[in-house]
Design a protein around this ligand. Structure first.
Ligand SMILES: Cc1ncc(COP(=O)(O)O)c(C=O)c1O
Length: 387
């Protein structure tokens, strides 16, 4: 018998399909609307701050849980934007992106076998995250077209085995922005069952049609039971800088900091200094960001409808979920491969976002954090394909 060297955990998940889509897309010189990162420049003043930090020799390890400047900036911003007062000395852990903040947080709080509730469709990292920390995920479906959840089913999912619930608002891939009533319903359950809300709020500034972002940590009683995760990746178009953070009550932060220290030691020091400058950017920046994304969303939703896709218009984040069942393909992966080969537009098959592939078998997700000329190029291709 050949010895299996891969761990049981690693064998439980597969490589992201986004990579396969990207490979095929490159081969066909297509437009990659699979992976969610901007193709336009980041704000000049933030880039200048990074250059300045390197010149000023911020080149060695920062304090493992984050440079004081950045933690101060995070606490100020969390106060004015999210309405929650926190202690930068004891309640923040700066990590290598929201990705590390999420896995460090889950590893810090979850014991093998404990249950973690996850809304699906989910951002595809949450599946492997639960496996890596040995949790038993319980999935609660968000139902289109408005991506609501069944309150009864959610209530039944909470037990005394439940350790945490993962939230993501504004949501990837659906664009759902959780309302106050929904968050209140969730927070009442968290308080009743002593469950921690781990909330990924990385798209908090990308909102449409007047939608408002609410942090569950700001709801009565929840600050002590919430870990809020965020990063500079999406708000400042800096996905490659790898600076994110987890905000949590001091006793949880102590555990998160220990896991974080042994996983990565710390995020890049000069980029932490520049991230502090980013968080102090003029507040008008956030309005412009949302307005420009709204233009892209409106344009691209029209393009997709024109090409025959059923569009679920997002209220936030920068993705559009579509239904493609009526095109008559056997499943979403077959359709996504076909579309990138024939039209030269890469998407992510819907099944990547569900625990059971069948739930996403008629869906594909487009992302639109792109220059208008990139989106127009994709529009041309889809028009030709439809023709
Ligand atoms: C919901 C969500 N969380 C986290 C991330 C990754 O964040 P970071 O680049 O800060 O690790 C993404 C990226 O697509 C995302 O969509």
């Amino acid at each position: 018998m050949v010895k299996e060297f891969s761990s049981e955990k690693a064998l439980q998940f597969t490589e992201s399909v986004i990579r396969e889509m990207t490979r095929i897309c490159l081969k066909h010189q297509g437009v990659n609307l699979a992976q969610g990162f901007p193709d336009f420049p980041a704000p000049l003043e933030i880039k200048e701050a990074a250059i300045e930090a390197i010149r000023a020799d911020f080149n060695q390890y920062a304090i493992t849980w984050g440079a004081p400047n950045l933690r101060q900036a995070i606490s100020e911003k969390f106060r004015w934007y999210n309405g929650v007062l926190i202690d930068p000395e004891r309640e923040i852990t700066v990590c290598c992106g929201a990705t590390e903040a999420m896995i460090s947080s889950l590893m810090a709080i979850v014991n093998p076998g404990e249950e973690v509730i996850v809304f699906e469709p989910f951002y595809e990292n949450y599946g492997p995250d639960t496996i890596l920390c040995g949790a038993r995920p319980k999935f609660i479906t968000l139902h289109e077209p408005d991506w609501h959840f069944d309150e009864e089913k959610l209530s039944r999912a909470f037990t005394n085995q439940t350790k945490a619930i993962i939230l993501n608002t504004p949501n990837n891939p659906t664009g759902k922005v959780f309302s106050y009533q929904e968050l209140k319903f969730i927070s009442d359950l968290c308080l009743k069952w002593d469950v921690i809300a781990v909330t990924d709020e990385i798209y908090e500034h990308i909102l449409y049609d007047g939608a408002k972002h609410i942090s569950i940590a700001s709801l009565p009683g929840m600050q002590d039971q919430t870990i809020t995760i965020n990063s500079i990746s999406k708000t400042y178009s800096l996905t490659g800088w790898r600076v994110g953070w987890a905000i949590a009550p001091a006793h949880l932060t102590a555990s998160i900091r220990k896991v974080h220290d042994f996983l990565t030691v710390g995020a890049p020091h000069p980029l932490q200094e520049a991230a502090a400058a980013a968080l102090h950017i003029d507040r008008s920046y956030y309005q412009t960001l949302a307005k420009e994304y709204q233009e892209r969303r409106d344009f691209f939703a029209r393009v997709l409808e024109g090409a025959g896709f059923k569009v679920y218009l997002p209220n936030g984040a920068y993705y559009i979920m579509t239904d493609v069942g009526h095109f008559g393909f056997s499943d979403d992966v077959t359709f996504a491969r076909y579309l990138v080969e024939k039209a030269g537009v890469a998407t992510v098959p819907g099944s990547s976002f569900y625990s059971h592939p069948s739930l996403g078998a008629t869906k594909v997700r487009f992302c639109f954090p792109k220059r208008m000329e990139t989106l127009k190029n994709a529009a041309e291709r889809l028009k030709r394909w439809k023709g």
